[in-house]
Write a protein that binds this ligand. Structure first.
Ligand code: GDP
Ligand code: MG
Length: 598
């Protein structure tokens, strides 16, 4: 197709503002799917995505649209994940486009992820087409939303399209705006090949499938290609597009979006953000902006039943085929046995991986509390990265510790500013900036330690603002903090999986909360159980669980034998979910209790 008739665009929105619904309407309007095939939110293919209503893996669809000028245009719609954990992926998929449809909910207005996504779109020089969606809602207030778009996003809202992805109002106008307002791709067809990988996934038959945007040159089957970050070379076996089904084609031309398969076995060889070039006629410079997605949050994953260890390893390896950002390596814990230290982009990513392991691979898992990566400066001048509290060097060998911070943006109705500031203060946040983008709306900026956000910050924010505040963040480097490691001991033995790191000023409070919580969840044993929290060798909180006196069958009065047997069976059943720690049996809940205390 003539390059001037290609439009590459994506849809950006805060979660729930209607991105997927609008994508469905666009698919319908181009006839890519018949109404019968139309299943709501076609682009969100993974079962988990549908259930959670989020987009985890993005997809690209090619559509043909006959515009009012009588010409046929090729649309490449690239779906982006909306969540902060996947910012790097969002940024790469934006880099594959010339324009973005910016969807803002007509009742909710501009939210934190709207702002974050618009900033990314600006960085990628995209033409932004603002769309005010859900105008069918009784609470819709398009005028107020226009004001917010201008004040918060600095975008001219006079040409914003009023739409309802639900009823279909404004869809035609959106289609024409894509043609008229989004520029065609500008690459050079005669230059050496440069293609951006904006996503990749593993296919059992084809190996790794790279989703690419051809910037210069073209890609054809048989061509020898090179990945510029690694220098690895492969021969292209297949190229094609998604309609949305995969459809092989003859080539991908300059400016086009599609996929390629080249018999690549590991997803790590086809990293998002990398540039593909022609091996026989390589480009001088890769496309800008490549970096490897780095895990920010770590936790230990252990099978409840030790016999499932190899199953867990195989499952992680399988998930990693589709998810280059997931890392794992073997780890042993005195308390939990053999397991894996796993690294994730963020909390949602961690949640999704755990859920998939349990659901798709039928594994019963124990996860330790999530941890960030601390930089520990030792007195001998060396620096170590610590992603597991149990591996923190002894306090006497530490000069100082640095922890990761994020720059957080919060948008909220005015009346919740007080509770939000209080929450940020509790989480050691440093106030940076405040502004009023519209009457009754406030934008707050804080620098907050990432570790504090892991502890249910988002849930707290939602509950203290009745769900009205929105929140987004980006990493903002490391800073020195007065951090200490707290060990939990049971009858004098440290339970490594329960160790955690916290700020010195919060140490006593957290230690007390956890010890009290553990007292509730540790079942009575034949002997007394002492539960202690300690920093270095110093005990800072203690409780004890009194020993059990009676046999559990005693209350059956020796009578009904079947009832007695049932009771014993039930006891045995309960044991399955227990972990033996030294001489003590701990329920799975005990390991989660550390996490739950905010
Ligand atoms: P996404 O998270 O941005 O992909 O949002 P979705 O497309 O999943 O939409 C979130 C919710 O808003 C769903 O329940 C949709 O049915 C609903 N929705 C989307 N567009 C409209 C609209 O124009 N009007 C109304 N009333 N609801 C809409
Ligand atoms: Mg969606």
């Amino acid at each position: 197709m003539d390059q001037s008739h290609i439009r590459n665009f994506c849809i950006i929105a805060h979660v729930d503002h209607g991105k997927s619904t609008l994508a469905d309407r666009i698919l319908e309007a181009t006839g890519a799917v018949s109404p019968r095939e139309m299943q709501e939110q076609l682009l969100d293919t993974m079962e988990l995505e549908r259930e959670r209503g989020i987009t985890i893996k993005m997809t690209a669809v090619r559509l043909y649209y006959k515009a009012k000028d009588g010409q046929v245009y090729q649309f490449n719609l690239i779906d982006t994940p909306g969540h902060v954990d996947f910012t790097y992926e969002v940024s790469r998929s934006l880099a594959a486009c010339e324009g973005a449809l910016l969807v803002v909910d007509a009742a909710q207005g501009v939210e934190a992820q709207t702002l974050a996504n618009v900033n990314l779109a600006y960085q990628n020089n995209l033409e932004i087409v603002p769309i005010i969606n859900k105008i069918d809602l009784p609470a819709a207030d398009p005028e107020r939303v226009k004001e917010e778009i201008e004040n918060v996003l600095a975008i001219d809202a006079s040409e914003a399209i009023l739409a309802s992805a639900k009823t279909g109002v404004g869809i035609e106008q959106i289609m024409e705006a894509i043609v008229q307002r989004i520029p065609p791709p500008s690459g050079d067809p005669n230059a050496p090949l440069r293609a951006l990988i904006f996503d990749s996934k593993f296919d059992t038959y084809l190996g790794v499938i790279c989703y690419v945007r051809v910037v210069d040159g073209q890609i054809k089957p048989g061509q020898r290609i090179r990945f510029m970050s690694t220098g690895k070379e492969f021969e292209v076996l297949e190229v094609g597009t998604f309609t949305p089904e995969r459809q092989p084609g003859e080539m991908l031309a300059t400016g086009e979006v599609g996929y390629l398969a080249a018999g690549i076995k590991t997803i790590g060889d086809a990293r998002v953000g990398d540039t593909i070039t022609d091996a026989t006629r390589p480009a001088q410079e890769p496309l800008p902006g490549y970096r490897t997605a780095k895990p920010m949050v770590f936790c230990g994953l252990y099978p409840v039943d030790g016999a499932d260890y190899t199953d867990l390893r195989d499952a992680l390896a399988k998930l990693q085929l589709n998810d280059a950002a997931l890392s794992f390596e073997p780890e042993t814990s005195a308390a939990l046995g053999f397991g894996f230290r796993c690294g994730f982009l963020g909390l949602l990513h961690m949640d999704v991986v755990q859920e998939r392991l349990e659901r798709e691979f039928n594994l019963n898992l124990i996860a330790t509390s999530p941890s960030v990566v601390y930089k520990v400066y030792r007195t001998d001048g060396t620096v170590v990265d610590v992603d597991n509290p149990a591996h923190m060097p002894p306090p006497t060998t530490i000069d100082h510790i640095e922890e990761p911070y994020v720059a957080a943006t919060i948008l909220t109705p005015k009346e919740y500013v007080g509770p939000i500031m209080e929450l940020c203060r509790e989480r050691r946040g440093e106030f940076v900036h405040m502004e009023y983008p519209a009457p009754d709306r406030v934008l707050l900026k804080y620098d907050i330690p990432l570790g504090e956000i892991l502890m249910d910050f988002f849930d707290q924010l939602k509950s203290r603002t009745r769900g009205y505040a929105s929140f987004d963040y980006e990493l903002a480097g490391y800073r020195e903090s007065k951090l200490v490691k707290i060990d939990i001991l049971m009858n004098g033995d440290p339970v490594d999986a329960l160790s955690f790191i916290t700020h010195r000023d919060k140490a006593y409070e957290r230690a007390r909360q956890i010890v009290e919580k553990l007292k509730e969840v540790v079942p009575r044993q034949q002997f007394e159980v002492r539960i202690q929290a300690a920093i270095g060798g110093k005990i800072i909180a203690a409780e004890s669980v009194k020993p059990l006196r009676k046999n559990v069958t005693a209350k059956c009065y020796g009578g009904d034998i079947t009832r007695k047997r049932k009771l014993l069976e039930k006891q045995k059943e309960g044991k399955k979910r227990m972990k033996q720690v030294g001489s003590i049996e701990l329920p799975q809940e005990a390991f989660l209790s550390v996490l739950k205390i905010g």
